[in-house]
Design a protein around this ligand. Structure first.
Ligand code: CTP
Ligand code: MG
Length: 236
C-alpha cells in the first residue's frame, strides 16, 4: 500500500489578520507550511507529499520547501491552489503520482499534529475504512440559529445534544478512488467544509478515530499564541 498526503495551503488567512498567506506565517521561526509538511513526512508510511500553494507564488513555495529538505524517502510536488479549499484539494489530487492507494488531506493550518494521530488515521484506512477522520468531543455547547445580519441578535432554533457532536480535524484519510469519486460528484459551492463531508454524500461510511488537542487549527490570532507555546514546550 502506498500512501500520499495532499496539503492545502493556498488560503489567505483572512481571520488571522493582515500579513502573508497563513501557511507562510512563521511558528518558532519556521513557516507553518514547513511544520505541516514535516508532520506528514514524520509518518514512515507517507511516500509522497503534494503541497497546494498560494496561487500567486507556487515557485516561491517550492524554493522555500527546497530550503527545508525532507528525508529522501518522501517525494514532493508543489501545485498552485484554487479560490476555495475544495478546488485546492482537487488540484492537489490531480497532481498525485501513479500507484497511490491511500491519501491523506491535511490542512497546512494544523502544523502541530502529532505523528501518532497521522499513523492512526492511515492504519484505519489500511484496515478497510474508506474514509477516516480524527475528532474530539466539544468543550462548548453548540446552538443552531436563524442567521441575521451582523449586529442583530440571532434567534436560537435548537441545541443539539453535545455528547453526540464531535469537532473534526485533519489529516483525514481516504481510500484514493473513494475520495476521487467524491470530488467528482460534488459540485463546488454546495458547502462541504471538509473532504469527509463529500464522501458522506456518496453514501459511503466515514469513521472517526481519536484526534489530538495539538492538531488544532490556527485560525485566529490567539491560536498563534497557543501554537508558539506548544512548540516551545516541545523544544524544552
Ligand atoms: N485553503 C486552500 N485554498 C483555499 C482556501 C483554503 O488551500 N482557497 C487551505 C488553507 O490554506 C488551510 C486549509 O485550507 O490550510 C483550511 O482553511 P482555513 O483554515 O479556512 O484557512 P484560510 O482559508 O487561509 O483562512 P481564512 O478562512 O481565515 O481566510
Ligand atoms: Mg478559509
Amino acid at each position: 500500500v502506498r500512501t500520499a498526503a495532499v496539503i492545502p495551503a493556498a488560503g489567505l488567512g483572512v481571520r488571522l489578520g493582515p500579513g502573508a498567506p497563513k501557511a507562510l506565517r512563521t511558528l518558532g521561526g519556521t513557516p507553518m507550511l514547513v511544520h505541516a509538511v514535516r508532520a506528514m513526512a514524520a509518518s514512515r508510511a507517507v511516500t509522497h507529499i503534494v503541497v497546494v500553494a498560494p496561487q500567486d507564488d507556487p515557485e516561491g513555495v517550492r524554493r522555500l520547501l527546497d530550503a527545508h529538505p525532507l528525508a529522501d524517502r518522501t517525494g514532493l510536488t508543489v501545485v498552485p491552489g484554487g479560490t476555495t479549499r475544495q478546488e485546492s484539494v482537487r488540484r492537489g489530487l490531480a497532481a498525485l503520482p501513479d500507484g497511490i492507494d491511500v491519501v491523506l488531506v491535511h490542512d497546512a493550518a494544523r502544523p502541530l499534529v502529532p505523528v501518532e494521530t497521522v499513523d492512526a488515521v492511515i492504519a484505519a484506512v489500511r484496515d478497510g475504512a474508506p474514509a477516516v477522520v480524527p475528532a474530539l468531543p466539544l468543550a462548548d455547547t453548540v446552538k443552531q440559529v436563524e442567521p441575521r445580519p451582523q449586529g442583530t441578535p440571532e434567534p436560537v432554533v435548537g441545541t443539539p445534544e453535545r455528547s453526540l457532536l464531535r469537532a473534526v480535524q485533519t489529516p483525514q484519510g481516504f481510500d484514493l478512488p473513494t475520495l476521487l469519486a467524491a470530488h467528482e460528484i460534488v459540485v463546488e459551492g454546495e458547502g462541504a467544509t471538509d473532504d469527509a463531508g463529500l464522501v458522506e454524500r456518496l453514501g459511503k461510511p466515514v469513521v472517526l478515530v481519536p484526534g489530538h488537542e495539538e492538531a488544532f487549527k490556527v485560525t485566529r490570532p490567539l491560536d498563534l499564541v497557543l501554537a508558539e507555546a506548544v512548540l516551545a514546550r516541545r523544544r524544552a
